[in-house]
Design a protein around this ligand. Structure first.
Ligand SMILES: Cc1cc2nc3c(=O)[nH]c(=O)nc-3n(C[C@H](O)[C@H](O)[C@H](O)COP(=O)(O)OP(=O)(O)OC[C@H]3O[C@@H](n4cnc5c(N)ncnc54)[C@H](O)[C@@H]3O)c2cc1C
Length: 293
């Protein structure tokens, strides 16, 4: 059985304490939340942190709440809580879509939204979900907080905007008054509980008969989450139509960069990304227009 390299372990009792420890130890220290991504990497010796700062006792980071014109999700909120949240189901149903197909109950009971985004694995479902939903990520360090938009949060594979001595504390989703919002996540996997062959997340905000804003992002078909900005630009300001969604799907298929592996060849993944992007956009729009519950 594989075992991690030796490491020191500390259980944080406050956010400030965790930040102070991380700042003192620098790049040798890592936060551990659910551990479902970090521990497998440590067992394979792909990650060898000398110190782990466990944030599982920081229950103040476990919440989903509506504050003004935002939904705020604490970084330690577990997959299962996202899956069952009535507030998210009402405003961002793509979370429940995604959570139904992320791993299995064991992983969903422990894995967190903060860990998912900070892992920066291109196949992670929640990264595409948050990108499409136009989320912002709150990063806290000794000097205070900064808020980073999803398109600037992932800097590369397994690399984020979180620096040494910082942790992610919150994810914020915009609630836009006067808009009908809808969203959906579509995924194809080899078998239940597996990582995506490809997945697409879409969110639309409709005003009158116009798509006032659109988010479209893909998982597992590039080195990082793919933000399909060319399709978003095409759709923004237009009336939703099957023809436009077909064009957006074509763009998604062109603008991703999958690699061939055991989950399939490049052409298949490109085709799938386009099909799933089209489906996600149609379903998100139907939900916004209350044509589908
Ligand atoms: C068998 C299996 C199948 C899976 N299938 C899927 C799937 O289909 N789709 C999917 O999306 N995911 C899947 N996952 C991943 C799962 O969603 C993980 O829970 C998630 O990726 C990481 O969350 P975590 O809380 O466990 O993070 P951890 O493993 O604890 O941490 C991951 C990384 O994030 C950092 N980190 C964690 N929290 C913070 C924070 N608040 N601030 C700063 N850094 C932080 C850690 O230092 C580490 O680098 C699967 C995992 C397993 C084991």
């Amino acid at each position: 059985m594989q075992t991690p390299a030796p490491f020191e372990y500390e259980r944080a009792t406050s956010v400030e304490g965790a930040i102070a420890t991380l700042a003192r130890l620098g790049s040798e220290a890592r936060v551990i939340a659910g551990g479902h991504s970090l521990l497998p990497m440590m067992k394979l010796r792909l990650a060898q942190p000398e110190h782990l700062v466990d944030i599982n006792d920081l229950t103040e980071l476990d919440y989903i709440s509506e504050v003004g014109d935002e939904i705020r999700i604490g970084a330690l909120t577990r997959h299962v809580t996202l899956q069952r949240s009535a507030l998210l189901a009402r405003h961002f149903p793509l979370f429940a879509d995604a959570e139904e197909v992320i791993a299995d109950p064991v992983v969903r009971n422990r894995g967190t939204i903060g860990g998912s985004l900070c892992q920066a694995d291109a196949a992670e479902d929640l990264s595409a979900v948050c990108a499409a939903a136009k989320a912002q990520v709150v990063i806290r360090g000794a000097g205070g907080e900064r808020v980073v938009a999803m398109e600037k949060f992932h800097l590369g594979p397994y690399w984020t905007a979180v620096g040494d001595g910082e942790i992610v504390t919150e994810v914020r989703l915009p609630l836009r008054a006067g808009h009908s919002a809808g969203s959906a996540h579509e995924k194809v996997e080899r078998r239940a509980g597996d990582w995506a062959i490809a997945a697409a997340s879409a969110a639309v905000w409709i005003q009158g008969s116009t798509l006032a804003d659109v988010g479209l992002a893909l998982s597992a078909v590039g080195p990082t989450t793919v933000h399909v900005t060319r399709a978003e630009d095409l759709l923004r300001g237009a009336a939703p139509s099957e023809e436009l969604f077909a064009q957006a799907a074509q763009i998604a298929s062109e603008d991703c960069a999958p690699t061939a592996d055991g989950r399939g060849p490049v052409d298949y993944k490109r085709h799938l990304a386009g099909v799933l992007a089209g489906r996600a956009l149609r379903r998100a729009t139907a939900r916004a227009l209350k044509e589908e519950v």
